[in-house]
Design a protein around this ligand. Structure first.
Ligand code: FES
Length: 580
């Protein structure tokens, strides 16, 4: 930690718009006054953009306007000038073909909003899966002082007395219906119990994972991640974050001061401890690429490999975010990592204190929800990074969500050329498949779907489910919802759509998965593999125009975070020239 606060007072970038008596200044200031702002608000105090991902069509963030009012209150209290700015919002549960395709578009548009507007710092008001990384990517690219406030998770769902986890039970109930263990009417009845309050998924899905990543990176105030959306303390932390961002601007405490390599290593270890989503791999790689930190897929395995999963939350465990909060939330996890020598204690946070100073005094209130390191849910949590002739650039698997008996497995490939092929054939009892087979899904990677949809945890065939089998090895270049589970190999790179080895797997090939040795192998000779690759040609039509075209032309592989190639790196926030 080597941060030295800037001197204050000094001229801020917002004064390039609002300071002085020039014609342009009067033009900018005069327009703002039509909202009733008094003249002295333009006197050089920090102007803070509250970048709000509220949208009626992002229900997980549907309460963020209310949260924004608390952020505003904090900014006013600290002597800042809050301006609320609606930004691109992509809901995981609605946006087609997949919200992931728009993460980079959101980051691009928000980066330009931050750069092109008269703000000195930003509160990133986020929640649903892609909203958190897209705003962090934008903040990293502009390097304007920024603090994350998430909307918080929903309260627990309950159906007939049992906890119901967002997403996790959708997959479970859907498979139970296919297996004949649940009626369609019961499934519909369960629907209403899944989302009983404002907030994000109540499991340790991608939203909760990314909220935890923001906190572990030091980009949110301590304790932010787990506070339920409707708990009064969510409003309190929003107000405190509003106060804090004003001080951050005065100190010039920037994302690049906080999101260092050590902070990313803390986040990777935290992801292992919480049993976090595989999506965090993509997002952290992309954020690191923006802020200029050299983070690789191998860092995930190196840092996360020996971290036990100690947070007993669905989809890996049994509880939900509400219980995680009552147990003490992420600060307890960070404290446990610190005590075990698995945390860079000196990493700086947006509070101005180190991460260790923030958590050293916290107490755990439930050892079953946040387990001691000696009694973990999975001894080697983290994210396993697999390599081999089937994934030369890597693939990932989440051990805490996988089945122990499948971690070393050899099976016959049953290949689906794309998601439509899978949907057309999976329910057919004539499909030649049993529980020992390896299901292979192609053309669902960053360029493939396009956008890398969350279809990697493809449901098992009904005829296998009816035998009481609940897991099989599945391999794809797709992603998986953070709320999902299973022995699922994801993000296989290079992807099938660019002619990676996944593209040439055929029905009947034998595939070997060896998670302890991090190996993914297609059991054909090198010569045969080379011949198949030489004969490969793209099989799917590519978008000819629009954003889909831009995305497909420029999106990088999953192994480096699937960002657009021309958006990597920090471009800062120069104030630019006035055109009036
Ligand atoms: Fe939005 Fe889970 S779908 S948080």
């Amino acid at each position: 930690m080597s941060f030295k606060p800037a001197s204050w007072p000094r001229r801020l970038r917002s004064q390039e718009w609002y300071g002085g008596t020039s014609r342009d200044t009067i033009y900018h200031r005069g327009w703002m006054k039509n909202q009733g702002y008094p003249h002295d608000l333009f006197d050089g105090r920090p102007v803070i953009g509250i970048l709000n991902t509220w949208s009626d069509l992002t229900p997980c963030n549907g309460h963020l306007r209310e949260i924004a009012e608390k952020v505003k209150a904090g900014i006013w209290e600290a002597g800042g000038f809050p301006v609320e700015v609606p930004v691109f919002s992509a809901s995981e549960n609605t946006f087609r073909p997949t919200a992931m395709m728009f993460r980079n578009l959101a980051a691009l548009s928000i980066e330009e909003q931050m750069r092109g507007q008269p703000i000195d710092g930003a509160v990133l008001l986020v929640g649903c899966d892609k909203t958190t990384p897209s705003l962090l990517m934008a903040a990293a690219s502009t390097d304007l002082p920024s603090i994350v406030v998430t909307g918080g998770p929903m309260l627990n769902g309950y159906f007939r007395g049992e906890r119901v986890g967002s997403g996790t039970h959708l997959w479970k109930f859907s498979e139970a219906v296919k297996a004949g263990e649940m009626t369609q009417a019961e499934f519909l009845e369960a629907e209403a119990s899944m989302s009983r309050s404002s907030g994000t998924c109540n499991t340790m899905g991608t939203a909760s994972t990314m909220a935890s990543m923001a906190e572990a990176l030091g980009m949110a105030l301590s304790g932010n991640a787990a506070i339920p959306a409707v708990d009064s303390r969510r409003r309190v932390i929003a107000q405190l974050s509003g106060r804090r961002i004003v001080e951050m601007v005065k100190d010039d405490l920037k994302p690049s001061d906080v999101m260092t390599k050590r902070a990313f290593e803390n986040a990777i270890r935290t992801n292992g401890a919480i049993g976090g989503s595989t999506n965090a791999v993509l997002h952290l790689l992309a954020i690191a690429g923006r802020v200029g930190v050299d983070l690789t897929l191998d860092d995930w395995d190196r840092c996360g490999r020996d971290v036990p999963t100690i947070v007993n939350l669905m989809p890996s465990g049994e509880y939900l975010m509400e219980e995680f909060f009552y147990a003490g939330g992420l600060p307890v996890v960070l404290k446990r990592l610190g005590e075990a020598g698995l945390l860079h204690k000196d990493a700086l946070t947006v509070s101005g204190a180190t991460i260790w100073d923030e958590v050293r005094e916290v107490q755990n209130h439930n050892d079953d929800v946040i387990r001691p390191l000696e009694r973990p849910l999975t001894p080697q949590g983290g994210i396993a990074v697999l390599r081999g002739n089937l994934a030369p650039n890597g693939a990932v698997l989440k051990p805490s969500a996988a089945s122990e008996h499948l971690m070393v497995h050899r099976g016959r490939a049953v290949v689906f050329e794309d998601i439509d092929d899978y949907k057309a054939r999976i329910d057919d009892d004539a499909l030649d498949i049993d529980e020992t087979c390896v299901m292979v899904l192609k053309n669902c990677g960053p360029k493939g779907y396009p956008g890398m949809s969350e279809v990697g945890n493809m449901g098992l065939p009904p005829k296998v489910l009816k035998q009481g089998i609940t897991d099989m090895v599945r391999i794809s270049d797709a992603r998986m919802s953070g709320t999902a589970y299973g022995t699922v190999v994801l993000h296989t790179a290079p992807e099938a759509a660019v002619g990676g080895p996944l593209a040439v797997v055929r029905d009947g090939d034998m595939i070997e998965l060896d998670v302890p040795n991090r190996r993914l192998h297609l059991d054909i000779s090198d010569a045969e593999l080379a011949a198949r690759l030489a004969g490969w040609a793209p099989s799917h039509e590519r978008p000819a125009s629009g954003y889909a075209w831009l995305h497909q032309q420029h999106v990088e592989g999953a192994d480096t975070g699937a960002d657009l190639d021309f958006l990597r790196g920090c471009r800062g926030a120069p104030v630019g020239k006035d055109s009036h």
